[in-house]
Write a protein that binds this ligand. Structure first.
Ligand code: SAM
Ligand code: SF4
Length: 342
């Protein structure tokens, strides 16, 4: 069968075409899906091993100047509470993460100009000086010069998702963004030597399976190292609040195919997936994912960073449960005693 031909290409280490990728994403056959997941899981083991990377995110501001139609903290949302963390508060949260032994922190926020280039650089320098941790920034689109300054101040990774490579869909869901500008930002980040993070949402309005195949080809062609794939989940108070949630199965298939196509990359079992399926992270870890991102935003702010409804606040215990459920190993650097003890 055509499916078998693609499987043989994978076994022979041949590059898949967009048509091959589409065929894998489209299969509805239970048996073929099982085979796809099995191959992705095996390649994951061979390429990145059995240890699940644990990273932690601090969502330091929920102010945003943009109004992406899907997002629960968009400017147009009338939120009961907007917050900004100051440098000292961020440093304190970073040190809590460090005390768990975790080695990479993700600093995420809306696009908030309150944090000037100088402010961000100062935070980055202090984290480097006081903890030596790896730092991932996820603060949206900025100028090339800013990205350079952040890099020099200590940022190692940058997570700026393409969300979809279909320009029409991209521009429909992003009233404030230009598709070419987003691509330009991704290219700058690559040139500047960041570990380049991207990702997409599954189930966006107007998105086709073909678009998802294009997204995966884009990750390969752009040499993306970190790929967050999660379902679209409607957020109350946004223009998309009544749209259907993206499919768990299509998300898992996209993760599996991305592992097969992109090989040596960080593939998180995303918070969004865990938010629509209580067992979603374990499932993702079994089809190619190898990273979990804890939400380490201080409790008093957590509930105000509601990107979509019923967001799961991934904590260390739920991460450990997912890792154990998937029969995988926790990294040695973790200094955590769970209920069951590790
Ligand atoms: N403002 C920065 C940006 O847009 O890159 C970083 C924060 S933004 C909230 C981080 C990610 O949240 C986006 O890349 C998007 O994929 C995800 N997100 C936002 N709203 C979502 C929704 N309704 N469903 C699923 N993911 C969503
Ligand atoms: Fe702002 Fe990012 Fe949400 Fe868009 S996705 S509204 S840029 S926080």
């Amino acid at each position: 069968t055509a499916f078998q031909v693609v499987m043989n290409k994978i076994e022979l280490g041949m590059d898949l075409t967009k048509e091959d990728i589409l065929l894998l994403l489209k299969t509805e056959s239970k048996k073929e899906i099982e085979t796809l997941y099995g191959v992705a899981d095996r390649l994951r083991r061979e390429i990145v091993g059995d240890i699940v990377e644990i990273r932690a995110a601090i969502e330091f501001s929920n102010y945003c100047k943009k109004s992406c139609n899907y997002c629960g903290i968009r400017k147009g949302c009338d939120l009961p509470h907007r917050y900004r963390m100051e440098e000292d508060e961020i440093l304190e949260a970073v040190k809590d993460i460090l005390s768990l032994g975790i080695k990479t922190v993700i600093l995420q926020s809306g696009e908030d100009d309150y944090y000037t280039t100088e402010k961000i650089c100062s935070i980055l320098r202090r984290i480097k000086k006081e903890t030596k941790m790896g730092i991932t920034l996820s603060i949206g689109e900025r100028s090339r010069e800013d990205y350079l300054k952040f890099r020099e101040a200590g940022a190692n990774n940058f997570l700026l998702k393409i969300e979809t490579t279909n320009q029409e869909v991209f521009e429909r869901i992003h009233p404030d963004n230009d598709f070419d500008q987003r691509l330009q930002c991704a290219k700058w980040l690559k040139e500047l030597g960041y570990v380049n993070g991207s990702g997409n949402m599954i189930g966006l309005p107007g998105q086709t399976v073909e678009d998802i195949a294009d997204d995966i080809v884009y990750y390969r062609d752009m040499g993306i190292h970190m790929i967050g794939i999660g379902p679209f989940i409607p957020a109350p108070g946004t223009p998309y609040e009544n749209l259907p949630t993206g499919s768990v199965e299509m998300t898992l298939k996209a993760i599996a195919v991305t592992r097969i196509v992109c090989k040596n990359v960080f593939l998180p079992a995303t918070t969004a997936l865990a938010s629509i399926d209580a067992d979603g992270q374990r499932k993702a870890l079994e089809v190619g994912a190898n990273t979990i991102m804890l939400i380490s935003t201080p409790d008093k702010y957590k509930k105000s960073y509601q990107l979509y409804k019923n967001k799961n606040m991934i904590d260390i215990q739920s991460a450990i449960d997912a890792v154990k459920g998937a029969n995988r190993r926790l990294p040695k650097y973790l200094k955590v005693t769970s209920k069951e003890g590790i």
